[in-house]
Design a protein around this ligand. Structure first.
Ligand SMILES: Nc1nc2c(ncn2[C@@H]2O[C@H](COP(=O)(O)OP(=O)(O)OP(=O)(O)O)[C@@H](O)[C@H]2O)c(=O)[nH]1
Ligand SMILES: [Mg+2]
Length: 184
């Protein structure tokens, strides 16, 4: 049995809090406050501390942490990054320049992405279907040329889709651990 600590990062409104709510088997601990930046994302609340949830993927136990998308809370990022083994970057397809967010998030969490596993989930694709897939893949290759970064279109509200994303991340972490043990 292994215990994994997974970090959800991404811009405001990408669905980090929603995704942790979809996945968690315990009541999610979240720190939502009124959103005073309705111009960037028009939703009522935003995360100001972090989200926390847990899921058992027999035999493994997974701890899920979500951080705020608003940059001014970025002191939390370093603390949680150091504790994490895998990174899920969520990007909302309906944001302006979604690939810029991919660049910013993968650059901010490059240490974790290199040390652990990493996947990208593109959310809200049903709201705005664009040709951003290629641009997101190209941006991820630019930031992390030594890594293969899987990119999925997901709905953060959908438990099954979020499980698929999480399981692919855990497979990535396990493969890399096995390769490290084998000295590859
Ligand atoms: N239509 C649609 N809505 C989605 C999808 N994924 C997430 N959402 C919605 O988008 C919103 C995302 O909000 P949050 O989960 O608060 O986003 P967040 O990333 O935690 O944002 P901050 O904490 O403010 O950084 C919620 O209203 C979700 O229900 C999707 O694929 N399609
Ligand atoms: Mg949130």
């Amino acid at each position: 049995m292994a215990e994994y600590v997974i970090l959800f990062a991404g811009p405001m409104g990408a669905g980090k809090t929603t995704a942790i709510g979809s996945l968690s088997e315990i009541g999610v601990v979240s720190t939502e406050a009124a959103n005073t930046d309705r111009e960037t994302v028009d939703k009522e609340t935003t995360t100001v501390g972090f989200d926390y949830g847990e899921i058992d993927l027999d035999p493994d136990k997974v701890k899920l942490y979500g951080i705020p998308g608003q940059g001014r809370f970025d002191f939390m990022w370093e603390i949680l990054q150091a504790r994490s083994m895998g990174l899920i970057v969520l990007i909302n397809a309906d944001a302006p320049e979604p690939e810029r967010h991919v660049f910013e998030q993968l650059t901010a969490f490059a240490d974790l992405a290199r040390r652990g596993g990493v996947v990208v989930g593109v959310t809200r694709y049903d709201i705005q279907r664009t040709d951003i897939g290629d641009r997101i893949v190209a941006t991820a290759r630019n930031v992390l040329p030594e890594r293969t970064v899987p990119v999925f279109a997901v709905d953060a509200r959908d438990q099954e889709q979020m499980r698929t994303l999480l399981l692919s991340l855990i497979a990535d972490i396990e493969i890399r651990q096995a390769l490290a043990v084998a000295g590859a």
